[in-house]
Design a protein around this ligand. Structure first.
Ligand SMILES: Cc1cc2nc3c(=O)[nH]c(=O)nc-3n(C[C@H](O)[C@H](O)[C@H](O)COP(=O)(O)O)c2cc1C
Length: 364
């Protein structure tokens, strides 16, 4: 697609102030523009959201999980998910499946869509996926892994990464063993969500576990889990042994998290310089991307309104705004209500109770 209209000079200045502090980094042979990456999220990490997050400082992005069988059956909806836009810079496609032959055939197809890397989902806890042996069930079948990784590797020219959990359950914390197999089978880096499959999204991500893995690791490691606000991310960034960090849910309530986390002194103050007016600009950018990608107005409406409502979380009167948005069936009215709401906020700050559970299900 063609480049969108620029942000206002005020928002641009704020963005650039943080971008100047981003340190480019490499994972394996892949260049990323910052150590803070957008984690894969099913139903969310499509082209519009990935583009927006790159505009707002994400050093790289990953698609939602895509079924290898859907690719091999040439299912139209699945093939749509493989598409990458020419404006995307550092994007990977994530595949899921359980069978080396099927995964390698799908990987060959996926690579032709132009991602910088492919990723294998080994963290999805959802029953529909694990009962077939995919997602986090792969962590239980360690003997299958080297042949799987090697077969996929042999079919593609771009780098291959994996995204795992700490283990299947508290009695089987085998991430270190998987790192070793990955290293010996040509995987370039590993992202790890610091929970077991059994935990799903309960409890807290175990950062001690992740940081200690660094002592045994031979591969670049990307740490993930519960990095919900700029203060937590910048603090982790200062002390982590990981090569990079991945943020999923944090970006839904704060699209500026990749930027705001880059400056520890700023993040410590826990006050944001991004206000309602900036959020409104971000929504307009997202609207542009969605309407470029999705011909159906309904699709843009469905995609936009969940993000608009998450972006509003913690601002005054967010609950009433949420009801208004979900009660509205027209894209034009939705945008008007959104404009009125965000512009009415002035310099109000967000107040989010991070101890409350937010989105306790997902595919990794
Ligand atoms: C709605 C949702 C969808 C997700 N989909 C995927 C996915 O497709 N692939 C994957 O590897 N992880 C997926 N995840 C897991 C996230 O990438 C991440 O590992 C997890 O949410 C923990 O990070 P966070 O605390 O920053 O959210 C998903 C998470 C959520 C909340």
């Amino acid at each position: 697609m063609k480049k969108p209209a620029p942000f206002s000079p005020e928002l641009n200045n704020k963005i650039e102030q943080f971008q100047a502090q981003a340190a480019p980094m490499k994972l394996g042979t892949v260049d990323f523009s910052s150590k803070l990456l957008l984690a894969p999220m099913a139903g969310i990490c499509n082209i519009p959201f990935r583009l927006l997050m790159e505009d707002l400082g994400a050093g790289g992005t990953v698609s939602e999980l895509i079924s290898c069988h859907g690719i091999n059956y040439a299912n139209q909806r699945t093939l749509e998910m493989l598409k990458i836009d020419n404006l995307e810079k550092n994007v990977g496609l994530q595949l899921f499946g359980e069978d080396a032959e099927a995964m390698s055939r799908a990987a060959e197809v996926a690579q032709n869509y132009g991602p910088k890397f492919l990723d294998i989902n080994m963290g999805c806890p959802v029953n529909k996926v694990v009962t077939k042996g995919g997602g986090s069930a792969l962590m239980k079948e360690v003997e299958k892994l080297a042949p799987l990784f090697e077969k996929v590797r042999s079919k593609i020219k771009i780098p291959l990464s994996i995204k795992i959990r700490t283990g299947w359950d508290a009695n089987h914390l085998n991430a270190a063993e998987i790192l070793k197999i990955a290293h010996d089978s040509g995987i370039e880096w590993v992202a790890i969500h610091g929970r077991t499959r059994t935990q799903q999204y309960t409890g807290l991500a175990d950062w001690n576990f992740i940081e200690n893995l660094n002592e045994v690791k031979k591969l670049p490691l990307v740490g993930n889990g519960d990095l919900h606000h700029p203060y937590g991310v910048s603090d982790r960034l200062l002390k982590t042994n990981c090569n990079a960090l991945m943020i999923a849910r944090g970006a839904l309530r704060n699209p500026f998290i990749f930027l705001e986390s880059l400056d520890p002194n700023y993040a410590k103050q826990k006050r944001s310089i991004f206000h309602g007016k900036d959020y409104w600009e971000v929504v307009q950018r997202l609207y542009t991307y969605n309407t470029e990608i999705f011909p159906e107005e309904r699709t843009t409406l469905v995609q936009l309104r969940k993000l608009i409502v998450w972006f509003a979380a913690g601002f005054p009167h967010a609950a009433a705004f949420r009801s208004q948005i979900f009660g509205c069936q027209h894209l034009g009215d939705t945008m008007k209500f959104t404009e009125d709401y965000f512009l009415s906020l002035g310099e109000s700050q967000k107040f989010i109770n991070y101890d409350e559970v937010f989105m306790s299900s997902g595919h990794g």
